[in-house]
Design a protein around this ligand. Structure first.
Ligand code: RIB
Length: 302
């Protein structure tokens, strides 16, 4: 079976500590618990798309270490095609050092490891996956040249191209926008991309309009408890969030993106796809960790 959703991106092992609060600079803080779970924005989005009903292939790198084997296995058990997950000799797998506080906020430091070696040429070797896909997803935890190549190739092949610009540290290259069907930033990413302050629906709409003027087809700004704002050539539409008591927001954005992409691949309308992504993300924040927190399609109906 051809994978309808192809994710080109990162795989990380998440080393997660929970503490009452995040440590200040120079401070040693006693935490409450520690666990290790598979993560990485790319791999999380692949798992979300698979659990939410799509056939999925992952394109990415791990290191030739124990974490690399575990990261690959975590995708394989979800039925994700891992022929394009490559173990790079002599490098570590990507890791993310995550601290989650009592208010469920997190801070993350990532060490790219093998993710940093994902070159355009290494993705090109798996062009057949892109050719057979319907939806292609990228994030920003792999080299920008690779993201640029995948966006352009996805557009050339006529695929639905999604960019989740995470993590974002500034504006995107101008020549990327014309290749993007759906640009999906959260508030802080929308701020980094536009230089505008984004904290409510009106500021999110202004940022999304600016991103559309730069050439992005449609923009979805995810706003946590304030829901999501969808902006297209037809105007803007607010999708309120389901109220939940969050435990850990890690991978909530990834769950939204994967759920949205899977829904498009399953033939749902945009609005239905946004609601599916939101429902899945709402469940994910009530659970700890990245990939373990992502729900299955059947859970959305409960
Ligand atoms: O989006 C959450 C992810 O960001 C974590 O799983 C971590 O690996 C980092 O990439």
């Amino acid at each position: 079976m051809h994978a309808k959703v192809v994710v080109v991106g990162s795989l990380n092992m998440d080393l997660v500590a929970r503490a009452d609060r995040l440590p200040r600079g120079g401070e040693t803080l006693a935490g409450d618990s520690f666990f290790t779970v598979p993560g990485g924005k790319g791999a999380n989005q692949a798992v979300a798309a698979a659990r939410l009903g799509a056939s999925v292939a992952m394109v990415g790198n791990v290191g030739d270490d124990a974490y690399g084997l575990q990261l690959r296995r975590a995708l394989e058990v979800e039925g994700i095609d891992c022929q394009a997950v490559t173990a790079c000799a002599g490098v570590s797998s990507g890791v993310a050092l995550i601290v989650v506080d009592a208010a469920s906020q997190n801070s993350i430091v990532i060490i790219p490891g093998g993710n940093g070696l994902l070159s355009p040429e290494s993705v090109q070797r798996f062009d057949a996956l892109l050719q057979n896909a319907e939806v292609v997803i990228c994030q920003l935890e792999v080299p920008p040249a690779t993201v640029a190549w995948v966006l352009a190739r996805g557009r050339e092949l006529g695929k639905t191209v999604i960019l989740n610009p995470a993590p974002a540290s500034g504006p995107l290259p101008a020549d990327w926008f014309a290749h993007i069907d759906y640009l999906i930033p959260n508030e802080s990413e929308a701020e980094a991309l536009t230089g505008l302050s984004v904290n409510d629906l009106e500021s999110a709409r202004k940022a999304a309009e600016q991103l559309r003027q730069l050439g992005a087809g449609k923009v979805i700004v995810t706003l946590g408890a304030q829901g999501a704002l969808f902006v297209s050539e037809d105007g803007s539409q607010h999708f309120p969030a389901t109220p939940v008591k969050p435990l850990d927001t890690t991978a909530a954005g990834d769950t939204f993106v994967g759920g949205f992409a899977a829904s498009l691949a399953r033939g749902l309308e945009e609005g239905e796809a946004i609601v599916c992504g939101q429902r899945a993300a709402a469940i994910s924040v009530t659970r700890a960790g990245a990939q373990p927190s992502i729900p299955y399609l059947a859970e959305l109906a409960e």
